[in-house]
Design a protein around this ligand. Structure first.
Ligand code: GLN
Length: 186
C-alpha cells in the first residue's frame, strides 16, 4: 500500500478482512519482496509531489517492470494513467487511459450508485465516487470491467487495475479480491 497520502488505512483494512497483511510503503526499499501495490485515493497532485520528493517514481516503474501488480483508486488511477487533463500533470504513464480530473463536475462532487460488472457477478457493485476523475480514453489492451454514466469506472490491463470509485469505503470486498488474484496473492 502506498502510504504517502490518502485513504491507505481503509484499503489495508479491506485486505486484512481478506486475510492478507498489508505493508505501508513510504520509501522505495519497502517495495522489496511485495507482489502488489495499491495506490489509494486522495489528492493526486499532493501524492505526486511526495512521490517525486521521496524518489519513488522510478522505483514504482521498476516494481511494475519486474512483475509487480498495481491497483490505483481514484487519485491512484490518475497517477497510473498515461494522459491526465483538468489540469494536466505528470503521471507514471503505465496504464494506457486518458483521465480528466474532477471530471464529474462540481454539482456531483460525490455520489454513490451501483453498477453491473460481469467479471464480479451479482449483486451489482456499489461505487462511491468522490471528486472522481472521468476516464475519457481507453487505450488498446485495456479492458473495461464496469462503467457508470457512460464512462468506464473499472479497468484492467495486464497487471494493472484502476477504479475511479472507492471500494475501500464499502463492505464489498470483490474488487480487492480481484486485485489479490491479479497479484497472485489469492
Ligand atoms: N480529485 C482528486 C484528484 O484529482 C481525486 C479524488 C480522490 O482520490 N477521491 O487527485
Amino acid at each position: 500500500m502506498l502510504a504517502l497520502q490518502g485513504s491507505f488505512a481503509l484499503h489495508a483494512a479491506s485486505l486484512e478482512r481478506l486475510g492478507v497483511h498489508a505493508v505501508e510503503v513510504r520509501r522505495a526499499d519497502a517495495l522489496e519482496g511485495l507482489d502488489g501495490l495499491i495506490i489509494p485515493g486522495g489528492e493526486s497532485s499532493t501524492m505526486l509531489k511526495f512521490l517525486l520528493e521521496e524518489d519513488l517514481f522510478d522505483p514504482l516503474l521498476a516494481f511494475h517492470r519486474d512483475g509487480g501488480a498495481l491497483y490505483g483508486t481514484c487519485a491512484g488511477a490518475i497517477l497510473l494513467a498515461s494522459e491526465v487533463s483538468g489540469p494536466s500533470q505528470k503521471s507514471l504513464g503505465l496504464l494506457d487511459i486518458g483521465v480528466r480530473r474532477n471530471g464529474y463536475g462540481r454539482q456531483v462532487h460525490s455520489h454513490a450508485a451501483t453498477v453491473s460488472c460481469r467479471a464480479l457477478g451479482e449483486p451489482e457493485l456499489p461505487v462511491v465516487m468522490i471528486r472522481a476523475p472521468v476516464i475519457t480514453r481507453i487505450g488498446s489492451g485495456v479492458e473495461v470491467l464496469a462503467s457508470h454514466r457512460g464512462a468506464p469506472v473499472f479497468v484492467q490491463s495486464g497487471r494493472l487495475l484502476a477504479t475511479t470509485f472507492h471500494p475501500e469505503l464499502t463492505e464489498d470486498l470483490r474488487v480487492h479480491r480481484w486485485f489479490l488474484r491479479l497479484a497472485s496473492l489469492a
